[in-house]
Design a protein around this ligand. Structure first.
Ligand code: ZN
Length: 211
């Protein structure tokens, strides 16, 4: 595997560690961390800071909202964990999202295929298969999209993305990713809800785009 050069932004790792990412993004971040030693170390630092805060506040009187908080947590979607042993091209969190099955590719035209792993009001997680030299079809989205390369590579105006690289694109980033020659490019693509995270994401992206 070539070296990973496009990482999960630190603010997004912090949000993941705190359990504040939409489920679809948590799948993508957990999958990247599963492949990336650098982000694994950074995530562990965030997790130990979070743990220390919990310990410090542990002695505080139990909030009257505790019951509500616990009930809310029971309703919250399960947050995927990084998995460091990998089978084939799919990291553990992707295998989990696939529920152990093989990809069920559906044709999108021009040789491009997709397999939607989950889709609900909070976002979607899908696998994309792009033949060498083929452009990724315009699957317009009004929010943020995280794309993690699992096989092959693609390039766009912002650079080249190989196995393990994660691209974070919002609606303002004009890009036409094209799969490079060689192996077909297989990616995990996660999109967020159309409206819900508008406030959160610009804050998370601040360190990336320096806005
Ligand atoms: Zn990384």
């Amino acid at each position: 595997m070539s070296a990973i050069t496009h990482h999960t932004p630190d603010a997004m790792l912090a949000a993941y560690a705190a359990g504040n990412l939409p489920h679809a993004f948590a799948v993508a971040v957990a999958s990247h961390v599963s492949l990336c030693t650098q982000c694994r170390v950074a995530l562990e630092a965030h997790q130990s800071v979070g743990g220390a805060i919990l310990e410090e506040t542990g002695a505080v009187a139990v909030s009257s909202n505790l019951k509500d908080d616990i009930l809310a947590q029971l309703d919250a979607p399960f947050t995927p964990e990084p998995v460091y042993d990998r089978k084939g091209i799919y990291p553990g969190p992707v295998m989990e999202a696939m529920k152990g099955r093989a990809p069920r590719w559906k044709k999108l035209g021009l040789g491009v295929r997709q397999d939607i792993l989950s889709e609900d009001a909070n976002g979607s997680v899908r696998l994309l298969y792009i033949p060498p030299g083929q452009a990724v079809p315009d699957h317009s989205h009004s929010g943020l999209e995280l794309t993690l390369v699992l096989q092959g590579s693609f390039s766009d105006a912002t650079g080249r993305f190989g196995v393990g690289d994660i691209e974070i694109a919002d609606e303002d980033l004009e890009h036409t990713p094209v799969a490079d020659e060689g192996d077909a490019c297989i990616c995990l693509a996660a999109t967020d809800a159309r409206l819900r995270f508008r406030g959160l994401m610009p804050r998370l992206l601040q360190p990336v785009f320096r806005i």
